[in-house]
Write a protein that binds this ligand. Structure first.
Ligand code: SAM
Length: 378
């Protein structure tokens, strides 16, 4: 019963957690999981995620062909309707944020599932689509739901709560999807990271603490999805990661965070921030190797690994100030306080303008994209 309360249909009662919740973190409660949440900026202003998520969109576009192929080759529509209570096909996007990327992904999934029914001559059995948009409670569900596409061919609902806990009834999802969200850790790794905000230039102990936290979080994520996804159901995960046989320091999101770290250290030098504040701050993302991903999957044992591979390579420019604010403002504000926001991002703008560097690639130590396709064992 507890899970059912978490699924709320689109209604006015749902549309009530607006922007004011997004400027600072609040605790997110999902089942027994209580964790800190640092959502992307809501609203539709110049620093909103909705206006500044083009790079995640390009990354998802980059794997559209893989997604389509994954569905066409692996979805078994034969016993689909017998596995759910009604003639419905349920899709959940875990860590959907505020759009528009989630709407594009959902559209791609529905189009391809429909195509699969057509290819198999089963168009008359096409199910109704239900789409559940999940993110932390403090995500701006108001803007997400009010921006639902006009001509949407599905029933939609927002599902607030951490994806590290169970969010749906048993065997209720046909397709689980998550883009660039499972790399977010539930809490800062327990480690002393002196003078740094990330593990990319840190001693081994620091990256080991990140790796440990990722393994725990990914285990919780899989344990929950194993209960929710129907036997034969599919799960596609897009995350940043690294090739096997490489160290965490070699490929990470560090190259994107380096200019922010440098600005924070400048502020320490200028006496505007205490060094303790930097030492106790760690960015909450981790880019695992394929081996680390595989180990947690094997330990869980409920999913067949249909594909676990690198995405086609991409080059990525440094974050614009707007993009960085859209993604990091809540975590920065929570740790350093609101007063730091303008001076920090102002310094960041000047620093990246002075650098004018070519886009980053894996040669610069940037993490690679991983495409993970899982099938729930029967
Ligand atoms: C970089 S955004 C990606 C958003 C979207 N999937 C896209 O591709 O544009 C990461 C999202 O994951 C969400 N997230 C991180 N940890 C989460 C958790 N434990 N439970 C639910 N959502 C989470 C964040 O709140 C954020 O909205």
């Amino acid at each position: 019963m507890a899970e059912e309360k978490m699924i709320r249909p689109v209604s006015n009662s749902m549309i009530n957690n607006g922007n004011e919740l997004n400027s600072c973190s609040i605790n997110s409660i999902s089942g027994s999981v209580i964790e800190e949440a640092f959502p992307m900026n809501g609203g539709d202003g110049q620093y909103s995620y909705g206006k500044n998520s083009n790079r995640q969109r390009k990354a998802a576009d980059n794997v559209k062909a893989m997604l389509v192929e994954a569905i066409l080759e692996n979805l078994q529509i034969g016993n689909l309707c017998s596995t759910t209570k009604s003639n419905s096909f349920c899709i959940a996007d875990f860590g959907c944020s505020v759009g528009p990327n989630t709407f594009i992904a959902v559209n791609n999934i529905i189009e391809t599932v429909t195509q699969k029914f057509e290819i198999e001559g089963q168009s008359s059995l096409l199910p109704e689509f239900h789409v559940y948009f999940n993110d932390h409670v403090s995500n701006d569900f108001n803007i997400l739901l009010s921006n639902l596409p006009q001509n949407q061919q599905y029933y939609a609902a927002g599902v607030p709560g951490s994806f590290h806990g169970k969010l749906f009834p048993k065997a209720s999802l046909n397709f689980a999807y998550s883009a660039y969200s499972v790399l977010w850790l539930s809490k800062a790794p327990q480690t002393c990271n002196k003078g740094r905000i990330y593990y990319s230039h840190s001693p081994k102990e620091v990256s080991e603490a990140y790796s440990f936290q990722f393994a725990n979080d990914f285990k919780s994520f899989l344990d929950a999805r194993a209960q929710e996804v129907v036997p034969g159901g599919l799960m596609v995960l897009l995350i940043s990661g690294r090739p096997d046989g490489t160290l965490p320091q070699q490929y990470s999101l560090g190259p994107l965070y380096d200019p922010v770290e440098s600005c924070l250290l400048d502020m320490v030098d200028e006496g505007l921030l205490s060094v303790d504040k930097i030492d106790s701050f760690n960015m909450l993302t981790y880019s695992p190797s394929m081996e680390e991903v595989r180990m947690v999957l094997l330990e869980n044992g409920c999913f067949e690994i249909a594909r676990l591979e690198e995405q086609p390579p991409m080059s990525v420019p440094l974050n614009t100030t707007q993009e960085l604010r859209a993604g990091m403002e809540s975590i920065i504000t929570k740790h350093f306080g609101c007063d730091i926001v303008e001076p920090l991002f102002d310094r960041y703008s000047k620093k990246i303008a002075a650098q004018s560097r070519p886009p980053l690639t894996a040669k610069d130590g940037l993490a690679v994209g991983l495409f993970i396709l899982l099938k729930r064992r029967k």
